[in-house]
Design a protein. Structure first.
Length: 435
């Protein structure tokens, strides 16, 4: 009898170990992660919701890239709107259109993905995790276009959570928290900041540097803009970022020269247009001497676009100009050594650039994203600047060519409305005369 008891205890101990191992494996599996998402959505208690959300984030952080891909596909399929439920909700609302049935219809068309995102935000640092999660999601969008609807749900919520009314505009200075300064150096996406000393140059008295912060992410600059006091319009990015400190009494304009969204997870949340308008207001209040607002903007994609165009198209754009004189642009190693050749062919290059900015369209909007951004904000194309960027990246992206946009305060609203409603691009007369 004693021997049988020992045997049964032995089996029980082994079984306990076996089931414990199975439970551990289950906890590390994607199926367990999605089960937790189910629990989170169905949970009514806030405290238990916080606990479940925290556990989801702990497991999500351990996933590798392939597992994250599978996870996004699973939750998209599982929680997206159900067409049959929508159809039934539509019929009920049509039969009896009251507030209750309208709410049921709204819930059906939304599905459960947005509710999952909202509840994941319950966890400590949930907002920060969600921004990072969207950055992961963006990585898979080209491979899985079906995930774009899930991304739209993220964007829909982020536009509310990161509404400019919630954001704090801060002037960045040399004595700003060093951690923030390092993040700015890391996340500057337009004109590289090579060192803290290089950043300090952009924080001198003849420069202004502003960033938006969210109260929950108080040490994470979401987007930042850099401005230079200038006499007239700025036309050299090297002079602005590396030149000598200028006399701050000798200026009548400012030139915006860089705007960077520092977090990929917040792409397409349209913070930039609000930031520029807010900074213009701040400058007007603090520096009433400033009357003119320009940009010195890059033209990413100009070079790659030009190199793909058939020769007959380039000839048509240039009319009587001998297009063979631009063959040197096809050299893969084009750099500042070609500066003189570029200057010699500036009229032709202005025509090419003008055509690219105003005629090359996608969905009836400029193909160039920077141009679309400023024109949608109400700016006008003021001038095309030859050899405006002498950096290797400047020549690689656009043969060193940059563009000035002009924010004419009295015409911003009209320019914006004409652009949005009619597709009309505002161009200053001084540029029209030369192209």
């Amino acid at each position: 009898m004693l021997g049988l008891k020992k045997f049964l205890n032995f089996i029980a101990d082994k079984s306990k170990g076996l089931f414990s191992n199975l439970f551990i494996k289950k906890k590390d599996s994607l199926s367990y992660l999605t089960d937790l998402c189910d629990q989170l959505i169905s949970e009514d208690g806030v405290v238990s919701g916080i606990t479940i959300a925290r556990e989801i984030w702990q497991l999500y952080e351990k996933l590798n890239l392939e597992e994250k891909e599978v996870f996004f596909l699973q939750i998209d399929k599982k929680y997206k709107p159900n067409y049959s439920i929508i159809t039934k909700a539509c019929k009920v609302f049509i039969d009896k259109n009251n507030e209750t049935n309208l709410e049921l219809l709204n819930e059906a068309t939304e599905g459960k993905r947005q509710e999952l995102i909202r509840r994941l935000n319950l966890a400590p640092n949930g907002t920060q995790y969600l921004v990072k999660m969207r950055e992961d999601l963006i990585y898979f969008l080209n491979k899985h276009p079906e995930l774009k609807s899930l991304d739209k749900d993220f964007r829909h919520l982020f536009r509310s959570w990161f509404n400019p009314g919630f954001l704090k505009l801060t002037r960045i200075k040399k004595d700003t928290d060093p951690d923030i300064l390092q993040k700015i150096i890391k996340n500057e996406r337009v004109h590289e900041i090579k060192s803290i000393e290089a950043l300090y140059r952009r924080l001198e008295n003849d420069r202004l540097f502003y960033a938006y912060f969210h109260p929950i992410l108080d040490k994470e600059p979401l987007i930042f803009v850099q401005v230079a006091f200038t006499k007239g319009i700025g036309n050299s990015i090297q002079a602005i970022t590396e030149g000598d400190i200028s006399n701050t009494n000798n200026y009548d304009a400012v030139t915006f020269y860089s705007i960077s969204n520092s977090n990929k997870g917040l792409q397409q949340i349209t913070l930039g247009n609000f930031l520029i308008k807010r900074v213009v207001f701040e400058i007007q209040q603090e520096f009433p001497k400033v009357k003119q607002f320009y940009t010195l903007s890059p033209i990413p994609g100009l070079a790659s676009w030009f190199l793909k165009q058939p020769e007959v198209k380039i000839k048509n754009i240039l009319k009587n100009y001998n297009s063979s004189q631009l063959y040197f642009l096809k050299d893969e190693n084009i750099d500042s050594f070609n500066r003189k050749k570029i200057e010699e062919n500036k009229d032709a290059l202005k025509k090419i650039t003008y055509y690219y900015l105003t005629e090359e369209k996608f969905n009836n909007r400029p193909l160039n994203g920077v141009a679309n951004f400023h024109l949608n904000n109400g700016a006008s194309i003021y001038d095309i600047v030859i050899n405006g960027d002498l950096s290797s990246n400047g020549y690689k992206e656009s043969f060193g060519i940059m563009v000035n946009y002009y924010y004419e305060l009295g015409k911003i609203v009209k320019n914006h409305e004409d652009f949005v409603n009619k597709g009309k691009i505002s161009i200053m007369d001084n540029l029209k005369e030369h192209v």
